[in-house]
Design a protein around this ligand. Structure first.
Ligand SMILES: C[S@@+](CC[C@H](N)C(=O)[O-])C[C@H]1O[C@@H](n2cnc3c(N)ncnc32)[C@H](O)[C@@H]1O
Length: 301
């Protein structure tokens, strides 16, 4: 089963995560101390393993189909994150794929046949990403294990409590899609604070109420303020933009991780809207400087 989403930015995102996994496993294979540790790749919004990429289809149309099948690059574009992780030359000791969709999990299960040598190392769970991750972070022995976690939700599904659980491990490198234009900016209504359910969702994602002061202000023109005066809560207007929302989230990450990539990569749609920010944070204080250096290089536009 393939599932279709995204555009060229989907491909870009996976290429960059792919590069990180390659660099990570090179270190964990070659470095004597690191090679003694167990390694996990955990994909908590794992999808199906495959994606139907519009870009891939364009390429196939533009060339002979037989040639396209031979062309690694074209095939590569059809691989989802789980597939990208499994086909690393230096393999992880464990692969954990989570998806709340039973159908997607059944598709993921087929990866065991495509990678028979890794079948025993693969765990697939139908679960909510937040529930699973918080338990997994608590119950894994982080003295003897390290992990890369990839969080690739469609929207605002990741709770701050989950990000905190990841930071507390002091052992996980986190790649995360922050839904900047896809969700957050849209919930931040222009002339008033977001409605209660949306405000609550924003607080759950940022782990603080302080987004209110960061993203809203009293209107500069007194007349605008008076116009809205009948509803006290409404005497506020949005001052946030894509840059300030992104900067706020990076600042939040920096409150709990020893290493954070300062400039996450905007993944833009065809009309140049930054749908997501590809963010990176490292929880291990010893490894963080190297991890962030590699991630910064990979995140260059
Ligand atoms: C953007 S897709 C992931 C794509 C995947 N990373 C890839 O490259 O192929 C998001 C996935 O998250 C799953 N999902 C949505 N909400 C979830 C949740 N709360 N917990 C776990 N999985 C969830 C969806 O079923 C979907 O398969």
């Amino acid at each position: 089963m393939e599932h279709a989403f995204g555009g060229p930015w989907t491909e870009d995102k996976l290429r960059r995560v792919d590069k990180y996994l390659e660099a990570y496993m090179t270190i964990f294979t070659r470095n004597e101390t690191a090679s003694k540790l167990g390694t996990y790749y955990l994909d908590a919004f794992a999808g199906t393993g495959r994606i139907a990429s519009a870009v891939a289809e364009d390429r196939v149309e533009g060339s002979l189909f037989e040639d396209a099948l031979e062309d690694d690059d074209t095939n590569y574009l059809k691989e989802g994150s789980a597939y990208v992780a499994l086909r690393q030359e230096n393999q992880f000791d464990n692969y954990v794929f989570i998806d709340r969709s039973r159908e997607h999990a059944a598709s993921l299960d087929r990866l065991r046949h495509e990678f028979p040598d890794l079948a025993d190392r693969i765990t697939i769970e139908v679960a909510d990403a937040n529930d699973f991750l918080q338990k997994w972070c608590r119950n894994t022995n982080w003295k003897s294990n390290r992990a890369v976690v990839f969080l690739d939700p469609y929207g605002m599904q990741v709770d701050w409590a989950t990000i905190e659980a990841i930071a507390r491990t002091k052992a996980v490198d986190l790649w995360l899609l922050f839904p900047l234009g896809q969700a957050v900016n849209r919930l931040l209504t222009r002339k008033r604070l977001p409605e209660a359910a949306h405000a609550e969702r924003l607080t759950r994602m940022f782990g603080t109420e302080s987004w209110r002061e960061a993203f809203y202000r009293t209107p500069e023109k007194e007349s605008d303020a008076l116009m809205l005066f009948d509803n006290e809560e409404a005497v506020l207007e949005k001052q946030a933009n894509f840059d300030s929302i992104g900067a706020f989230f990076v600042k939040r990450l920096k409150t709990i991780f020893p290493g954070v990539a300062e400039k996450p990569l905007p993944l833009k749609n065809s009309t140049n809207v930054p749908l997501y920010l590809l963010c990176f944070a490292a929880a291990n204080p010893v490894g963080a400087p190297t991890a962030v250096k590699i991630a910064n290089h990979i995140l260059k536009p």
